[in-house]
Write a new protein. Structure first.
Length: 330
């Protein structure tokens, strides 16, 4: 007589997860979006820096700016469009939520179907109207200036948003029926269309923000030039040898050999940028497209940076700079 066999064991419960692994997964959910945000800040900041210094005649690649400095400049480049996008997204969500509530129920099936067709048709038309202008000359005669730069991408973004709303209304028009059956092939097609439209919306917004960062950098450079580069520090150049330059509005004085090796003095310059081995100077009267003077940082010259209220200062420094009685030597 055989011994009674034990019943087969049921499925084993999954092993308990340690708090460390749970924390790591949650940290990954935060770290990945944070990494993308930092990468975007660096990208838009680099576009702003390139547009600003290229407008003033400086090669941005020679400056060797750190990642922190580039990211710090990105705040002024994307703050306004980011606020506009957040406010616009909030308005779109509120309006779409109200529309979905107003068209809910079987008694509004006809109006819901008409709204889907209208939103999809208008959205697709706007996308096809603005998309060619992103890669070629505008087909539609947009007004010159900022509208011609930003309107094509804005048109694509608005059209994609309307089409995404239409897809969402279409997928949720029979929620109760879908809860009792699997998703049909037709719904899979609508899901694919919605994913494509969301990707198109993301690309158009990214393109517009990149355009905005470049335009703001160019505009700020021109504004600084028109205002006499008041935001840049004023410097006095002390040199061992006479400098050959074509800058205007520069005062020159030779103190003679009795004054030491740095006998030549030049006043009226502004420090435009500092590279690891170069000084980029420009005259405060140069204006837009002024000639940039590049001096080597090899001991031939040293710069005296004068703050506001210092005797012999070429001009007032920005209000944010601390007032000091002694010049800074670079």
């Amino acid at each position: 007589m055989t011994a009674p066999q034990e019943p087969p064991a049921g499925p084993q419960p999954p092993p308990g997860r340690s708090p460390v692994s749970t924390f790591v997964e949650k940290a990954a959910l935060v770290a990945a979006p944070g990494t993308i945000a930092l990468a975007l800040l660096y990208y838009f900041g680099s576009l702003y820096v390139r547009a600003y210094y290229s407008t003033l005649g400086v090669v941005p690649e020679d400056l060797g700016m750190s990642i922190q400095n580039v990211m710090a400049t990105s705040t002024s480049a994307i703050f306004l469009p980011l606020c506009v996008l957040l406010a616009g997204g909030l308005i779109v969500f509120l309006v779409f939520g109200w529309l979905e509530q107003a068209l809910a129920g079987p008694e509004h099936a006809v109006r819901r179907r008409a709204s889907i067709i209208l939103l999809l048709a208008v959205g697709i038309a706007m996308v096809f109207l603005g998309l060619p202008a992103l890669v070629a000359d505008p087909v539609v005669p947009f007004p010159a200036g900022w509208p011609r730069v930003f309107m094509p991408a804005v048109l694509v973004a608005l059209g994609s948003t309307l089409a995404v709303c239409a897809v969402h209304l279409r997928l949720n028009q029979s929620t109760g029926l879908r809860a009792r059956r699997r998703t049909p092939d037709g719904d899979r097609v609508w899901l694919a269309i919605g994913a494509l439209l969301i990707g198109l919306l993301t690309v158009s917004l990214f393109f517009d923000m990149a355009q905005y960062a470049a335009v703001v950098g160019h505009s700020n450079a021109r504004l600084d030039a028109e205002q006499g580069y008041r935001r840049l520090p004023a410097v006095i150049v002390h040199s061992r040898v006479p400098l050959t330059h074509h800058a205007t509005g520069i005062e020159f004085k030779d103190y003679g050999s009795a004054n030491g090796p740095y006998r030549y003095q030049y006043r009226g310059f502004r420090l435009l940028a500092k590279a690891p081995t170069r000084f980029y100077l420009i005259s405060r009267t140069a204006g837009y497209r002024g000639r940039v003077v590049v001096l080597p940082d090899d001991g031939t010259v040293w710069l005296e940076i004068r703050a506001s209220g210092t005797p012999g200062a070429t001009s007032a420094a920005p209000a944010s700079r601390p007032r000091t009685g002694s010049p800074a030597r670079w």
